[in-house]
Ligand binder design. Structure first.
Ligand SMILES: N[C@@H](CCC(=O)N[C@@H](CS)C(=O)NCC(=O)O)C(=O)O
Ligand SMILES: [Fe+2]
Length: 357
């Protein structure tokens, strides 16, 4: 079974694609974004996958890749085009290279025009292809910087992408209107720049008059991406908080396990957001917990100390997840959710006050 997820970075309108072999768990991430590494790593973890590679479609001009950071965190390998000019990768790809992940693989096609090092990755059965900034949905990547060349792009699209099966789904690196997917047949007919009877000279005429402003991050993104996203200053701003062993969830919540809470309880505030009758009910509560029911938390947050991290607790761990959101809105920085709540705390044999045996 193929695992497939399309992920979006709203600040750069970039799509990141997770592909994995459901059986072995072997996974690849196409075009990860630096600021989204925490999210992407959380998803890989929750789906029980093992990241083998980050794959760049090209050296991006508008955002910094998450490749270097993901390699630091997961030990995966970085692959991109041999024509990218980038240093620090583990594998430099050339046409017809095959990137295997479990029972699946991606075939490498060279599709220059947006940059010299642009690649399109085609899934083994030709049901999907990842076109980077070569062919976009009813559009194309720009050709006015980074070795851009509309003539090369026209040939890339016609020779390498339009030759795929009509129903092959095409997934681009960006869409600026929220469109998510297209197909070879659709683009051959309806792409206003490249479809129908449009010739190479028509396309060049179109592209040479796009009149786009340069990407806002161009001067930061290109040098960083030529080092596979390795920051100049390696103080990692995306590191996990150090006050306890925390795990970031794909839902966007910092979680702590019962074991971590037990170990660090002395230095923390435990906030129980259940109702009074639950706090004194059969599940009991954790020693030292302060009770503020979720519905009253926004107005009573000032009762909590600001100099100690807070772990929120409820019955099963869902209301307390919302408590962490409310606390962050109230300006509390070091906040986590007890994963699984009192049910898991008790099931794993940790002590409670009150409650029934
Ligand atoms: N406003 C965006 C511009 C992004 C941009 O130029 N994107 C490139 C891909 S790196 C492109 O080819 N865009 C095609 C288009 O905007 O039609 C930014 O500042 O980042
Ligand atoms: Fe690009």
């Amino acid at each position: 079974m193929l695992v497939f997820r399309q992920l979006f970075d709203p600040s750069s309108s970039t799509y990141t694609y997770l592909l994995a072999d459901g059986k072995s768990g072997a996974a690849v991430l196409i075009d990860p974004v630096f600021e989204q590494v925490r999210r992407d790593a959380a998803l890989v973890g929750e789906l029980g996958l093992r990241l083998l590679y980050t794959l760049e479609t090209h050296v991006h001009a508008d955002h910094v890749t998450g490749a270097w950071l993901l390699r630091e965190q997961t030990g995966c390998r970085i692959a991109l085009s041999a024509d990218s000019g980038a240093e620090g990768a583990d594998r430099y790809l050339v046409p017809d290279d095959v990137i295997a992940f479990g029972a699946h693989n991606l075939q490498v096609r060279k599709t220059p025009g947006h940059t010299n090092g642009c690649l399109t990755y085609v899934l083994d059965d030709r049901s999907m292809a990842f076109t980077g900034d070569c062919l976009l949905i009813r559009g194309s990547g720009r050709t006015d910087f980074q070795q851009g060349d509309p003539h090369a792009m026209y040939r890339s699209v016609h020779q390498q992408i339009f030759t795929l099966p009509e129903n092959c789904l095409l997934y681009p690196a960006h869409d600026y209107r929220g469109l998510t997917v297209t197909s070879v047949g659709e683009e051959r007919h309806f792409n206003p720049r490249l479809g129908g009877e449009t010739g190479e000279a028509d396309f060049a005429g179109y592209m040479n008059n796009l009149r786009l402003a340069h990407p806002k991050k161009l001067d930061v993104a290109v040098p960083a991406n030529l080092k596979c996203g390795r920051p100049d200053n390696e103080v990692d701003a995306t590191a996990a908080p150090g006050w306890a062993p925390l795990r970031y969830s794909f839902a966007g919540i910092w979680e702590i396990d019962p074991h971590g809470l037990e170990e660090h309880a002395g230095a923390l505030q435990i906030l129980d957001v259940r109702e009074p009758e639950e706090f004194t009910g059969p599940l009991g509560h954790i020693r030292g917990a302060v009770m503020i029911p979720l519905g009253a938390l926004a107005e009573r947050a000032e009762e909590l100390a600001r100099d100690r991290p807070i772990v929120a607790v409820c019955r099963a761990g869902s209301r307390s997840a919302q408590a962490t959101v409310i606390l962050r809105e109230a300006g509390f920085g070091d906040v986590a959710n007890l994963s699984g709540g009192m049910l898991r705390w008790r099931a794993e044999g940790y002590a409670v006050e009150g409650g029934s045996a």
